[in-house]
Design a protein around this ligand. Structure first.
Ligand code: SAH
Length: 403
């Protein structure tokens, strides 16, 4: 490679990829472990600062490679300690990352795509249309950045003691559908759980999916991370309306694939069933009973997420009473149920409201804008469009606490 050619970004490479890279340079594979520790445990991006690597290899790497985290364009800190970062990705779009500190853990909510193709009816990201898959460097770069900002890296010298990491849990619940960006998400998950990188427990790394069945079926060959499934309805008729991907992969197939994945794991773990409660749409008591019946043979925990309203949606958040009734029915049926509470309100954040600034390729955002403009002709004052103040998604659920 000559000096004008683009350099290879090592940030998003899993250990096998990095080993193959060093081998292709004629270097020993253990160099990959050394470099990986510098990048992901000490936060070092300059090869010249990697002091246990020979000067000549440092020089060689400088010519052909780089460690390049994505660009962070804005940071917000909420009164309750939540952080939100706006991340600019190579395609020019902006996505969001959120850190949610709690007494006994710190959860990072990571984005996997700029926009989303799935267009779930209650999700702000879907209304933005779709722009691009994030690269593995852009995905793991969100965890790298959170550690960088929150003092999670060890001191920059070899053999230094362990540092307590601020981020103990990762949830792939930011913008996008992680299983539609499969390879890059898998490489990132492997770095999250790699002892020579972030070393997070597989119980503390969660993929959240709207139900891309063929990808769930492949999952066991690539990862043993934990799984959350966005169900939101107990029957296909209703789910087809709010989660359109259900028309392709109906509930029965979805639960079958999730059960297969869970059965493939060496330890005993159950998936989390996510259920966003939308007033008058899927929060009726009879649907709670139907959900309890649907999941009777399906070991799981249930996480109820009261809908967080956003500008381009007519949906409403259910009353506390409705949420409690729904929860009680499920609890009485024997399920472990948690209700997600919203955090970080003062930085314009609530779960599922991830917007970013997506350069839409699908023209979906234009369609929604037109529909909103039409609606405004009828309902004055409903002309708000997305801004980054409408952003993201800081929610905490106690389900993960026990994971
Ligand atoms: N595509 C993945 C991950 C992104 S959404 C998935 O579907 O699981 C992460 C979670 O946020 C999902 O469970 C989704 O139901 C929830 N969510 C999205 N929009 C929401 C909103 N407006 N209010 C409450 N929860 C929402």
């Amino acid at each position: 490679m000559n000096q004008t050619a683009e350099k290879t970004n090592l940030l998003g490479m899993s250990l096998p990829m990095l080993q193959a890279y060093f081998q292709s340079m004629g270097e020993k594979p253990f160099r990959a472990v050394q470099v990986m520790k510098w990048i992901h445990q000490r936060g070092v991006t300059e090869f010249t600062a990697m002091t246990d690597i020979s000067h000549s290899l440092q020089q060689k790497l400088q010519l052909v490679a780089e460690v390049k985290p994505p660009k962070i364009v804005e940071e917000f800190l909420a009164a309750d300690g939540c952080y939100k970062w706006i991340v600019e990705v190579a395609s020019g779009s902006r996505v969001e990352t959120v850190f949610i500190p709690e007494a006994d853990r710190g959860t990072l909510c990571i984005s996997s795509q700029a926009g989303c193709t799935l267009d779930c009816s209650f999700c702000a990201t879907g209304k933005q249309g779709f722009n691009s898959n994030l690269t593995a460097a852009e995905i793991i770069g969100q965890l790298w950045w959170a550690n960088h900002r929150l003092g999670g890296f060890a001191p920059p010298r070899p053999h230094a003691g362990k540092t307590t990491r601020a981020v103990s849990n990762v949830v792939m619940m930011g913008m996008g559908e992680p299983l539609l960006n499969f390879d890059n998400v898998m490489a990132s998950l492997s770095l999250m759980m790699e002892d020579n990188a972030y070393g997070l427990s597989k119980r503390r790394v969660t993929i959240s999916t709207a139900g891309v069945v063929p990808a769930i079926d492949r999952l066991k060959d690539f990862t043993d991370a934990s799984l959350a499934v966005s169900l939101h309805a107990p029957n296909d008729e209703l789910r087809n309306q709010i989660v359109p991907v259900n028309r392709k992969y109906p509930i029965r197939e979805l639960l079958r694939s999730v059960a297969d994945y869970m059965a493939s794991l060496p330890d005993k773990r159950v998936p989390v069933i996510e259920y966003t409660l939308i007033s008058g749409v899927n929060d009726h008591k009879h649907l709670a009973h139907e959900l309890a019946a649907l999941l009777r043979e399906f070991p799981c925990k249930i996480n109820l997420i009261p809908f967080n309203p956003f500008a381009q949606s007519d949906y409403r958040r259910p009353s506390n009473n409705a949420v409690n009734n729904f929860r009680q029915i499920l609890q009485e049926a024997g399920y472990t149920v948690t209700v997600r509470t919203t955090r970080g309100d003062d930085i314009g954040a609530a779960c599922g409201q991830l917007v970013g600034e997506v350069a839409d390729q699908t023209r979906r955002s234009e369609r929604y804008r037109r529909a909103a403009a039409d609606a405004q002709a009828v309902v004055p004052g409903s002309n708000r469009t997305f801004t980054s103040a409408d952003n993201l998604a800081i929610s905490v659920d106690s389900a993960q606490r026990s994971i």
